[in-house]
Design a protein around this ligand. Structure first.
Ligand SMILES: Nc1ncnc2c1ncn2[C@@H]1O[C@H](COP(=O)(O)OP(=O)(O)OP(=O)(O)O)[C@@H](O)[C@H]1O
Ligand SMILES: [Mg+2]
Ligand SMILES: [Mg+2]
Length: 528
C-alpha cells in the first residue's frame, strides 16, 4: 500500500516536492499550520519541465501514437511499391504515345509524400497522402484517372479504389495493403521527374497548369513547415500531442467545423518557431496559453511579411490560419460560431490544466470529452444503406455536405457540438453509422424546427449526389438514450483501460477534397 501511495504521488505530483520549488510569493500552509514560503528555484523548474516532458513522451508511446519500426517499414514498403507502379505506368504511357526511344528511356514519374505521413506524425490509423508527379505527356483525365487507375485496380494489394474527379484537388483514394492512400496528380512540363524532385525549384514549376499547382500545395506546405521550425523532432512531438488532444476532446475533423491535420501543424509550428529552446512540456503549455489568449480572428501567420490578405471567402474565417508558402491563402476551414466556441473552450481548458502545478497530470489533458455529462440533448443522425459498399459512398457523400448542414443548423438558431466520432446502431438491420451531436443548452431549447432542417438537408443532399444510394434520418434524443459506449467514454473510471470505448475516426471520405468541392463551395453556405 505504502509503495502504491508513493507511486501515485510520484506520478501525479512529481513536479512538486517541498524541497524544490516554484512560484514567487506562493504561500502554503503545512499540516502543522506553519506557513511555508516557496521560492523560485530555476534549476527546480528546469528539472520539473524535463520530468514532465519525459512523462508526456512515455504517455504518447503508451497510447500507441508513436509508430513502431514495423509500421514504419510497412509504410516505406508501400511507398516504394507505389513508386515502382508509377514508374512502370509512365513507361507504358510513353510507349503508347510513341515517343522517341530516348524519351521513353528518360521518362519517369515519382511519388512525394505530404500530410501527416510527410511530416512524420502519423500512427497506425492515419492515411498516407501521396502526390503522384508525372511528365508533360501524361494527362490527368486519361493517363492518371484511366491508365493508372486500371493498373492500380488490377493489383492484389489494392482495394476500395475511388476517383474523386470534380474536386479542386482531384485524386484517387484507395487502400494499399489495408492502408488508406490519397493520391492526387501533378503534371510537370519535363520528361524526367527525379525521384525526389524539388518542387520549389522554378525549373520544375515552369508552365504548369492550375490543377497541378493546387495539387502541389500540400507538398509545398509540408516543406515550408519543416523549413520554418527550428527543430523538426520536437515539432513532430508537439504536433503528435496536440493532435491526440484534439481527437480526444472532439475538436479534430475539418468536415465537422474543427481542425484538420494541416491547421494543427501550422499552430504547432507557430509555437515552435517563437520558442526555439523550450522543451516538449514547455511547448505544450505555451501552445494552450497562446491560442487560449489569441485575439481571434487575427490570423496565424508563419511567414511574417509574406501574407497578403486573401480576397476570397477565407477572409471571413473565424480562425484564419495561413497556408504555409501560399501568401494569398488560409487553410480552408469550416469553423462556425458553434465549433469556434467549443474550440476556444478546449484551448482554455488546456491552458488551465497545464498551468495547474499541484494537480498536474497529463492524463487529464487527454481525457475524452464527456458528451453525456455536458449535454442533455443530442441531434442523432443515422445514415444507412442496403450494403457496406453503398454505405461507404453514402457516408462519404453526406459527410462532404456536413459543413452546409452545420451552417444551416445555426441559421435555425441551434448551437451544437458535432462529435466527429461514428457509432453503429446494432438494433437496425441495415449497415449504418450514427452521429450524436450535442445540443448546447441555454442557446437552443429545441426552438428550431427539426422538420425543416431535415427537409432542407435532404434537398441539399440530393443535389449532385450522382445516384449515391442511402437513407438518412435526423432526430433529437435525450442523453439517456445515447449508446452505452458513448456514455462509458465519459466515465473517468474506465477510460484509461478498454480502448473500444474510445470513438474511432474512420476516414472514408476525402476530407482533403471537401474544402475544395467545386460545384458549391461549402464556405458559401447555402444549401438550396
Ligand atoms: N483544409 C485544408 N486546407 C488546405 N490544405 C489542406 C486542407 N486539408 C488538407 N489539406 C492538405 O492535404 C494534406 C493532407 O490532409 P489530411 O486530411 O490527410 O490531413 P493530415 O495532416 O495528413 O492528417 P491525418 O493524420 O488526419 O491524415 C494536408 O497536410 C494539407 O497539405
Ligand atoms: Mg493524412
Ligand atoms: Mg488525406
Amino acid at each position: 500500500m505504502a509503495s502504491h501511495v508513493t507511486d501515485h504521488h510520484h506520478q501525479n505530483t512529481n513536479e512538486l516536492t517541498p524541497s524544490v520549488v516554484i512560484l514567487p510569493n506562493y504561500t502554503l500552509v503545512n499540516p502543522n499550520l506553519v506557513p511555508v514560503r516557496y521560492v523560485v528555484n530555476p534549476a527546480a523548474i528546469a528539472q520539473l519541465e524535463v520530468n514532465r516532458s519525459i512523462n508526456l513522451q512515455q504517455l504518447m508511446k503508451d497510447e500507441g501514437l508513436v509508430p513502431s519500426a514495423e509500421e514504419e517499414r510497412k509504410r516505406n514498403d508501400v511507398i516504394r511499391k507505389l513508386k515502382e507502379i508509377v514508374f512502370k505506368w509512365i513507361k507504358s504511357v510513353a510507349s503508347l504515345r510513341r515517343l522517341p526511344q530516348n524519351n521513353i528511356r528518360a521518362a519517369s514519374a515519382t511519388i512525394l509524400t505530404y500530410g501527416s505521413y510527410g511530416l512524420g506524425v502519423y500512427n497506425a490509423e492515419s492515411d498516407i497522402d501521396a502526390l503522384c508527379v508525372g511528365p508533360w505527356f501524361a494527362t490527368l483525365t486519361e493517363d492518371f484517372f484511366i491508365g493508372l487507375h486500371n493498373m492500380l485496380a488490377n493489383r492484389v494489394e489494392v482495394s476500395d479504389i475511388h476517383c474523386v474527379k470534380d474536386a479542386k484537388v482531384p485524386l484517387m483514394r484507395f487502400k494499399f495493403e489495408g492502408i488508406s492512400i490519397d493520391l492526387p496528380y501533378a503534371q510537370l512540363q519535363v520528361t524526367t521527374v527525379p525521384e525526389n524532385v524539388d518542387i520549389l525549384n522554378p525549373l520544375f514549376l515552369h508552365g504548369i497548369d492550375e490543377t497541378s499547382w493546387k495539387s502541389l500545395s500540400g507538398v509545398r506546405a509540408n516543406n515550408s513547415i519543416l523549413q520554418l521550425v527550428p527543430n523538426a523532432k520536437i515539432f513532430q512531438e508537439l504536433l503528435r500531442c496536440v493532435k491526440h488532444w484534439a481527437k480526444r476532446r472532439g475538436v479534430y475533423g475539418n468536415l465537422f467545423g474543427f481542425f484538420g491535420g494541416v491547421h494543427l501543424a501550422v499552430l504547432a509550428a507557430f509555437v515552435c518557431q517563437s520558442n526555439p529552446n523550450v522543451s516538449l512540456a514547455g511547448l505544450v503549455t505555451i501552445f494552450f496559453k497562446t491560442f487560449a489568449l489569441w485575439p481571434w480572428p487575427t490570423p496565424i501567420i508563419l511567414q511574417q511579411g509574406m501574407m497578403v490578405p486573401p480576397r476570397h471567402h477565407e477572409t471571413r474565417s473565424l480562425m484564419p490560419i495561413q497556408l504555409p508558402s501560399s501568401p494569398h491563402e488560409y487553410c480552408h476551414s469550416n469553423v462556425t460560431t458553434s465549433t469556434f466556441m467549443k474550440i476556444i473552450q478546449e484551448f482554455r481548458r488546456g491552458y488551465r490544466l497545464t498551468q495547474d502545478l499541484f494537480k498536474f497530470d497529463w492524463r487529464n489533458l487527454f481525457e475524452p470529452y464527456p458528451y453525456s455529462k455536458n449535454y442533455q440533448q443530442f441531434l442523432k443522425l443515422c445514415l444507412s444503406a442496403s450494403n457496406q459498399d453503398d454505405l461507404g459512398d453514402w457516408i462519404g457523400w453526406v459527410k462532404s455536405r456536413f459543413p452546409g448542414l452545420l451552417q444551416k443548423l445555426e441559421e435555425f438558431h441551434a448551437f451544437y457540438d458535432p462529435n466527429p466520432a461514428e457509432y453503429s446502431d446494432t438494433t437496425i438491420q441495415d449497415p449504418n453509422v450514427v452521429f450524436y451531436w450535442g445540443i448546447v443548452p441555454g442557446l437552443s431549447n429545441i426552438l428550431f424546427d427539426l422538420n425543416s432542417v431535415q427537409r432542407e438537408f435532404k434537398k441539399y443532399l440530393g443535389t449532385g449526389s450522382k445516384g449515391v444510394k442511402g437513407k438518412i434520418s435526423l432526430s433529437v434524443i435525450p442523453a439517456s438514450q445515447l449508446p452505452k459506449n458513448l456514455q462509458l467514454v465519459d466515465n473517468p473510471h474506465v477510460h484509461s483501460s478498454p480502448t473500444q470505448m474510445i470513438p474511432v475516426y474512420t476516414n472514408p471520405v476525402p476530407y482533403y477534397t471537401v474544402g475544395y468541392l467545386t460545384p458549391e463551395h461549402p464556405g458559401s453556405g447555402h444549401m438550396s
